[in-house]
Design a protein around this ligand. Sequence first.
Ligand code: SRM
Ligand code: SF4
Length: 562
Amino acid sequence: MNEVLSPVETLKRGSRGLRGTLRESLGDAITGGLRESDTQLLKFHGSYQQDDRDLRDERRRQKLEPAYSFMIRTRLPGGVATPAQWLALDALAARYGNGGLRLTTRQAFQIHGILKHDLKPTIAAINQTLIDTIAACGDVNRNVMVSANPVESRAHAEVQACAQALSEHLLPQSRAYHEIWLDEQAVIGADASEPVYGPTYLPRKFKIGFAITPINDVDVFSQDLGFIAIIEQGELVGFNLLVGGGMGVTHGDARTYPRLADELGFIRKDQLITVATAVLTTQRDHGNRSDRKLSRLKYTIDRLGLDVFKRALEALVGESLPPPRAYRFDHTGDRFGWVEGFDGRWHYTLRIESGRVRDTDTVRLLSGLRAIARVHRGDFRLTPNQNVIVANVDANERALIDVLLDDHGLAHALHGAAIRRFALACVALPTCGLAMAEAERYLPTILDRMDALLSRYGLHDEPIVFRISGCPNGCSRPYLAEIALVGKAPGRYNLMLGADFQGRRLNRLHRENIDEAAILTELDVLFARFASDREAGEHFGDFVVRVGIVRAPQFIVAKLSV
Ligand code: SRM
Ligand code: SF4
């Protein structure tokens, strides 16, 4: 393609394998920040430079530099962590961060508020727990998601192993990370080339998710590359292959849009690495490298045409793909409380509002999970919906976990309106540099108000998928919510309606740039109509489409799925 490369492309090419001048930037004691070019490269190492936006104006007035700090994000395929790892990250957050853990919508941990001089000790200490932060951010494959609950079938462990193997296969090969954060001796000429990525890595971030039916907790249609595990007679036989999902949008730029992944066909499990690499390298070679707003795989596919993309992929794989196999999703989101697995072990999914693990007066999440981690002999599974599963608990150890949940007020998190259990909020203010409005900090308030409205119409127990994002980038995957608020400006949101409950249909814009009073007025009318006119068992998202409150969305997936 004949194009003027974006500055990030030049930066990546000249970065000496993602080293840049990070060492020098980290050693510069004059500022709490990094050189601009190094802030870009830092992402590939799993960290973002941020500043406290609550303090930004005041510090500007006082002619001080912004209150810089760093967010670190782990790479944690499938969100699986041991109790020892949980305790170690908890201790690191207390020592170097702002005192709590944040579970993300991609099954990772984030620690916020780390000062520059603590960045290296924190990353080094995370590595000592056998978790790394390589490629947690940046123009590479990100944390690979897997349906979280190991209860579903024997095949779960095999799918998790596939995801783990793929995550390892797609790691950058540069030793920069080990040299900068772990003091590995640099050996001249020994740096590996990047066999998968090449010298400029990918045009943009790349995301992979594995879904295990019947729960679409990973929102598989939102992934650049999605795999739906096909399990027959209890055996994993392969995957339906999905390509081109993505959420990010820019307000006012009609060239950008959320998109559901297309189902390309079925692949055998032994083809997984080959096919995934072929999709990724096709995007590497054909993705837009001049305009980062248009560089995700979804735009590459729409520009090339799905058929052309599929043929290019099949040429790389060396065979054509048979049609996708039948499957069924019951719902998106998580399933809460205790469930017994196929092997008699137990799994408790704990609701964590916005994934923020900290203590409040009523719910002592940080202390409670610390206490559980001290006695738990199974593992933890971070879910794609910012919750955590205390997983693989022996039947005779359940009672102990129950006592700890009760003592810390954690069981309480499952009560309250059903809408609370499904709600997602991105981080937004004060740490996210891109936030236009509040999300996480506003969630409790807007949920209380929505709950009051729902209760008025007898809908307190109605499960409705609600998501809020502080800007249109869509980190809480808002375009797959039955009701979503997408930040436009302080206190103002776009109200989106009409995704389905299984995560297969996008919502649509219903009202633009409205404040809380207008949001609640709209919802009041909609909930009243829903309560009186819904069909038996009909979900809210389906209702608003059926009665024409929003038009049927453009992208409806899954000719095959039932
Ligand atoms: Fe995100 C950028 C937080 C999942 C789409 N996202 C950011 C940054 C790093 C802001 C920045 O670039 O300066 C946010 C840091 C906030 C903070 O203070 O922590 C941020 N994203 C998050 C997390 C923590 C949200 C959460 O509340 O859990 C999630 C971390 C996931 C992880 O562990 O890797 C997170 N981000 C997502 C998702 C959901 C997903 O992947 O399933 C999306 C939509 C899916 C997609 O990518 O299409 C998402 N984040 C974005 C985008 C828009 C990308 C695009 O294609 O336009 C940006 C902005 C960008 O890349 O330019 C962004
Ligand atoms: Fe920040 Fe926007 Fe992502 Fe929210 S959706 S975390 S405001 S980039």
